[in-house]
Ligand binder design. Sequence first.
Ligand code: ADP
Ligand code: MG
Length: 600
Amino acid sequence: MKEKKQSDVAVLLGYAGSYKGLTFLGLGLSAVAMILGMLPYICVWLVARDLIAVAPDWTQAAGVARYGWMAFAFAVAGIVVYFAALMCTHLAAFRTASNIRKQGMAHLMKAPLGFFDSNASGLLRNRLDGAASETETLLAHNLADIVGSIAMLLAMLALMFVFDWRMGAACLLAAAVSILAMLSMMGGKNAGLMAEYQAAQDVMSKAGTEYVRGIPVVKVFQQTVYSFKAFKQAIEDYSAKAERYQGDICKTPQAINLTATEGAFVFLVPVALLLAPAALRSGSFASFLTDFAFYAVFSAIVSTALARIMFAASGMMLASTALGRIAQVMGAPAMEITDNPQVPKDNSVAFRDVSFTYDGAEIPALDHISFSVEPGQTVALVGPSGGGKTTAASLIPRFWDVSSGCVEVGGVDVRQTDPHVLMDQVAFVFQNTHLFKASILENVRAARPEATREEVLSALSAAQCGDILDKLPDGADTMIGTEGTYLSGGEQQRVALARAILKNAPIVVLDEATAFADPENEALIQKAFQKLTEGRTVVMIAHRLSTVVGADRIIVLDSGRVAEQGTHEELLEAGGLYSRMWADYQQAVKWRISADKEVE
Ligand code: ADP
Ligand code: MG
């Protein structure tokens, strides 16, 4: 447990960078402040000693006023130094949190785009942001308090020998008992339970967020009970864990801990009673009394110090889970970026013996695939669902990197190209289009931020979005996703096509839509496709074979392998998988036509 804590702090200090020194300075100052804070108690002891020595002739106690002023000065100095310490640790903590955010974002920027399919980027950013803030308390307060408290406990150890070690030991005994009680709550076999308890808390807060986010859906679909179930389950789980952790494990140690910290007297008074007779006999009762007075006053600050450590320990745990989340973000796969990028020579695309296996998958999604697309050609990827079409298409703009072999754009391995150059070269429209919560205009402009309004509007019109703009209250300036202005799947696809058209990249990778095939949209999408693909190199995933007939080359992917490739005629002649698919397709079309006739 202890080792793990230290490594957490080490990890955090790693992020502090050049502010590491400031953190150490702050911690040092905090220790000094704590010692300064103890000195007034010693002054009180000196006053008591002098007064008792001259009692009852108080006028002889000349030094008393001086001790009073000294106590005051030490107290003030302690406060000032503590402020300075916190100033240092806060500065360092804020800078560290900002470093964490910067490094995390920089790391995420390097992740392949495909990573964000299963890890929403907004969620990751929120997680990073939250976790970075949670580390602030540890660096700004907790560490300083821990170091200060330890300095104080060490100083106490020294004071034991200065005054009366037996009474000092009694005070320390109280501290030791409460520290042991605290450790038993957090350490050893209970650490696992503590982690479970914290994890349950995490799950609960996430389920809560999800529940609130889902309220619009709940309202629309009247799913009150179902959506609430997960949230309720998380709360119950947490409450069970909390009860178990706090009831079974914390009850006794916490009671002991509080008793020992608040009631150091329990140890001190019996010791004093035992020592009193001997002091009386030896005639040193006066000094015995002053020592007792000192420890009686002093034991009060022991409890503050321990409460601080206790508080800090919970901050440590909070920071530890936060660091776990940060590590998750930092653990995102990074795309390798070449140091001396090569420039694509033309607009061709080639797959050379490409294999690709998704993380955690057993069998490869692509298994030694080779094919090429000449500049200006249209190549269609067809085949049964799960054959690897989407995977192959997503390797071209480097959503993922190949496991072996290589994907070339313009005769250059995509991994040897500057990512920005590659992005300029390749436009892609996949089925899971993301529109931002912004105006349609801005959504399209995202493809090329420097485009003028006219260029955006002409891209929208090329993508057959005229009817969409007409029906929206503010045309292209309408915000999407607010106040009921939601677009249908087919409409979203057309806006995405406008984006790709505006980008004006020489190579287009697209996944033909089938999911949103209401007839009106479909006809418009087809038209938009045509505009987008005119004069460009096209790699298209075709779901309806009617669009495939005219392709320069058809690649049939089945179970991650190229089953066959060629033109429509060649493949029909070959009589393989494609010809069977074509026959099925013809049959389906016939059925549809006869079904339509029946309706008429
Ligand atoms: P297609 O587009 O031809 O339907 P895909 O390229 O989507 O095929 O899928 C090819 C194979 O890879 C399938 O077995 C599928 O289950 C798997 N696959 C697709 N996407 C992922 C992913 N993100 N993680 C793991 N496996 C995936
Ligand atoms: Mg697919």
